[in-house]
Design a protein around this ligand. Structure first.
Ligand SMILES: Cc1cc2nc3c(=O)[nH]c(=O)nc-3n(C[C@H](O)[C@H](O)[C@H](O)COP(=O)(O)O)c2cc1C
Length: 336
């Protein structure tokens, strides 16, 4: 069979292969872009029911977080409440099912929001009035748990994996005091057992303990606004030099995320609190983080993780989960 090798000098084979690979990578990246932009909510503008659900949970989570804070700020949440009112009012206007998990989680969270203000004697009637009368009824009549829950950290007992995963929660307010860095090394050693594509182990862990540096990074990251600085900030990255095919363009994030999850479970097992914090930044912000940490250029940012001591007792967002039936599809053989 005739191949391009027969016509092209061997010195050009490598560059030509790289050029073809680059063309394929551009095509695949464009396909990623199409997938994302056909289905995700561009700039928070919903284009389908699933976008509405995502936005409902997004703003509900913001209210949940406000309800858990030690320094509770009465009447907080103008922006998420206004957005939720639009989304929930439209949901009912469009005749959608109010028993939907996310819609119901929003109502339960809002009921907690309004009853907490009632208990404090703070009038937030203007906020309730944002919601249509039918939605107000669903909020005030909601009987499911929502908003926040109080968790007790008692790490003496041996836990099954199921118990450990149920215990792990994102902590944003930590007990004051430093974290034993030996525990982080031990957790990194456990996380290094995570699977990775062809065992290429591209994940890297940056451990930041310098308070000034943590403050600078968190100001850029902007996902932990209003909370005290955590004693340790981790950044999981993935070295893209370890990937060899255009189809692997997203693999650094998959391998890095598996590493990050194991790391967080290992820290939970050791009685250390964590909160993953997004590292999906706009280029200007990413550039600043790269400069602050002097990151190798080949490393892709996967996620930050705030780390600190677990308090004995704390409030955390309720964080309702979807039912297994709604997330699992069984593809069975027809001939059973
Ligand atoms: C990749 C990733 C990024 C996240 N980024 C943030 C963040 O920037 N700020 C924040 O407060 N929580 C962040 N979270 C935490 C989620 O809000 C939290 O995992 C979710 O609400 C479920 O709650 P749980 O972790 O307590 O079970 C992030 C979680 C993940 C997995």
């Amino acid at each position: 069979m005739v191949s391009f090798r027969d016509f092209i000098p061997s010195s050009m084979h490598g560059p030509l292969r790289r050029a073809i690979h680059r063309g394929r990578a551009v095509q695949l990246t464009y396909n990623d872009h199409l997938l994302y932009h056909k289905h995700a909510a561009p700039a928070g503008q919903s284009i389908n029911v699933r976008n509405d659900r995502a936005l409902i949970m997004y703003y509900t989570h913001s209210i949940e977080k406000g309800l858990t804070r030690e320094d509770f700020r009465p009447s907080f949440g103008n922006r998420p409440l206004t957005a939720l009112a639009q989304l929930l009012n439209r949901w009912i206007d469009d005749g959608r099912d109010p028993r939907d998990t996310f819609f119901d989680a929003a109502c339960a969270t809002l009921r907690t929001y309004f009853s907490r203000h009632d208990d404090l004697g703070v009038n937030v009637g203007d906020k309730l009035a944002l919601f249509a009368p039918e939605v107000q009824k669903l909020i005030l009549g909601s009987s499911t748990a929502g908003g926040f829950r109080t968790v007790r950290f008692d790490r003496q007992r041996h836990r099954s994996f199921g118990e450990l995963t149920a215990d792990r929660v994102s902590l944003r307010e930590f007990e004051p005091g430093p974290v034993d860095l030996g525990l982080i090394s031990d957790a990194a050693s456990i996380a290094s057992r995570s699977p990775s594509a062809c065992n290429r182990q591209s994940s890297r862990l940056h451990v930041v303990t310098d308070p000034g540096l943590i403050d600078k990074i968190l100001r850029i990251q902007a996902g932990l606004g209003g909370y005290d600085r955590p004693p340790v900030l981790l950044l999981v990255t993935s070295d893209t030099s370890y990937y060899v095919e255009a189809t692997e363009r997203n693999q650094p994030f998959v391998d890095g995320a598996l590493f990050a999850m194991t790391l967080m479970y290992a820290l939970e097992d050791a009685g250390v609190g964590t909160c993953p914090l997004t590292a999906m930044l706009w280029p200007r912000s990413e550039k600043k983080v790269r400069a602050l940490l002097d990151l190798p250029k080949s490393e892709a940012l996967v996620t930050f993780v705030a780390v600190g001591r677990q308090p004995a007792l704390t409030r955390v967002p309720y964080s309702r989960r979807e039912s297994v039936e709604s997330i699992m599809t069984l593809h069975e053989s027809g001939d059973r």
